[in-house]
Design a protein around this ligand. Structure first.
Ligand code: UTP
Length: 477
């Protein structure tokens, strides 16, 4: 860390990044101080290593496909899995939740550029009738799971410096959606500077460095650096249920999943869903040299993505849906500053608005710069005893990524409705649906009422009187 302004500037000059201060003399004293403070947060050694590897070096490296095979996974009972094994997992998971060993962890530090919504993605309204936000849906599910198991489940939320204040303000304004305030913890993830094709750090403005969050993989070091891992240890939490902010149908706290993790003595467990079609743009759970790993669709040749197995199904069929359970000590090992294993960074070519050397603001039409991100699934090969279980897509995965079309607010609303209709049918209620399972009425099941299908069936049985399923109904409120 630099002792003074002059030291800091010298450090940047020595690192060949002195352009960051090119307009320093044009800034007023507040802006000058802000730029210097921002610069002081940058790990120049890390940037130099990233530039060396990913900008100057042979970043094309790609993925070694030698000996790659599909990863084994535990099938759902309805897909041939052993119902007794699932029942035992449910019991083990419930016991762990009841014992206060489990925390929920939402990664919400991304920029959500594809959705094009101005605000933290968690404040985006998603439910079909009441328009509850993503954060409210998760808060109510966590509240319901806490009630169901007689504990207060702590909730950790990863933000970035770009959206942390707005995220916290949304929770304050909503009075933490009824959760105990001290059970909700915000963790600010790190930022990494964006660079140009020569590896030079870009300026977003004359007095501001262009920086982007360090990826969902950065969540692990953020949990360690923020002290969250220590606070978990102090509370007796050693199991972390990880999910993304964009997926409102995820089972935030899934007893069976947690049970498989516990019984398997796993450091990192994951859910897979069978791919919807051969070239679906998801990561694939694979195995190589005895280690589990996720290979992105972009790193796997189409012929492999389309290859079939002996039974006629897809050989690489296990799609990753970014739902995991972590062991706390594993997070500490991978995310800590110690000698343990670390996640690699990846390079992404992006359109990065910036101020050029002549002081002009440039809004590029084509990718002009590079951002660096870590991916959480890169932790998989580092984990002991990884467990992968099958999940039903309709009960766990319908992300809001794009403004329209696939994985959009509209497709997610339809998936929520299909899930609600299925839950009602499981409870013995006749619901009119089309061939895709979409009900004729738009209604909602409150996440505060039921956290999953089994929970709903039990809750519905004790509901008296039972409402008629009419347009605009919200069950459980
Ligand atoms: P995405 O890959 O969808 O990225 O993140 P994004 O930044 O949210 O959206 P686009 O690509 O700009 O449209 C998947 C999940 O990982 C979180 C996101 O908030 C989302 O829950 N994430 C991503 C982080 O928490 N930090 C990051 O640096 C990146």
């Amino acid at each position: 860390m630099a002792e003074s302004e002059a030291d800091l500037i010298e450090l940047f000059n020595n690192a060949d990044q002195g352009q960051v201060f090119q307009f320093l003399d044009e800034l007023d004293s507040d802006a000058r101080r802000a730029l210097l403070a921002q610069a002081a947060t940058i790990d120049l050694a890390e940037v130099a290593a990233l530039v060396e590897t990913h900008v100057r070096g042979d970043h094309a490296g790609g993925v070694d496909l030698e000996g790659l095979e599909p990863a084994p996974y535990i099938a759902l009972p309805e897909q041939g899995g052993d119902p007794d094994q699932w029942a035992a997992a449910w019991d083990a998971g419930s016991a762990a939740i009841q014992a206060g060993r489990v925390a929920a962890f939402t990664v919400a530090g991304g920029q959500g550029t594809r959705l094009g919504y101005d605000g933290p993605k968690g404040t985006y309204p998603v439910t079909p009738v009441s328009g509850k936000t993503l954060f409210q849906v998760f808060a109510e599910k966590i509240a319901r799971s806490s009630e169901r198991f007689g504990v207060t489940i702590p909730w950790y939320i990863l933000t970035s410096e770009i959206n942390n204040d707005a995220t916290m303000a949304a929770f304050e304004a909503a009075d933490y959606f009824g959760l105990p305030k001290d059970s909700v913890h915000f963790i600010v993830q790190g930022l990494v500077p964006a660079v140009d094709g020569e590896g030079k750090i870009l300026l977003a403005e004359k007095g501001k460095i262009a920086m982007t969050p360090d990826g969902h993989g950065g969540s692990l070091r953020a949990l360690v650096r923020s002290g969250a891992v220590d606070s978990m240890r102090a509370q007796g939490v050693d199991i972390v249920s990880y999910f993304q902010v964009d997926n409102p149908i995820v089972q935030c706290i899934d007893p069976a999943f947690i049970g498989f993790h516990v019984l398997g003595k796993s450091e990192l467990s994951s859910k897979m869903v069978p791919k919807a079609y051969a070239l679906e743009k998801v990561g694939h759970f694979c195995r190589q040299d005895g280690k589990a790993l996720v290979v992105e669709y972009s790193d796997m040749p189409e012929s492999m993505q389309e290859a079939t197995a002996e039974d006629g199904g897809l050989r690489f069929n296990a799609g990753s849906v970014a739902i995991h359970v972590f062991d706390r000590d594993f997070i500490e090992r991978v995310g800590g500053d110690g000698a343990g294993t670390k996640l690699p960074f990846h390079r992404a070519n992006k359109k990065i608005p910036h101020v050029d050397a002549s002081g002009q603001t440039v809004t590029p039409d084509e990718p002009n710069g590079i951002k660096f991100e870590m991916f959480v699934f890169d932790a998989l090969p580092l984990a002991e005893n990884p467990v992968i279980i099958e999940a039903a897509r309709g009960d766990d995965f319908s992300p809001v990524k794009n403004a329209e079309g696939v994985d959009s607010p509209e497709s997610c609303k339809a998936d929520q409705l299909r899930m609600f209709a299925r839950w009602l049918k499981a409870a013995g209620v006749a619901v009119e649906t089309d061939a895709t399972g979409l009900p004729a009425q738009t209604f909602e099941i409150s996440p505060r009422f039921a956290a999953d299908e089994a929970d709903f069936v039990a809750q519905w049985a004790s509901l008296d009187p039972k409402p008629a399923i009419l347009e605009g109904l919200i069950i459980g409120e």
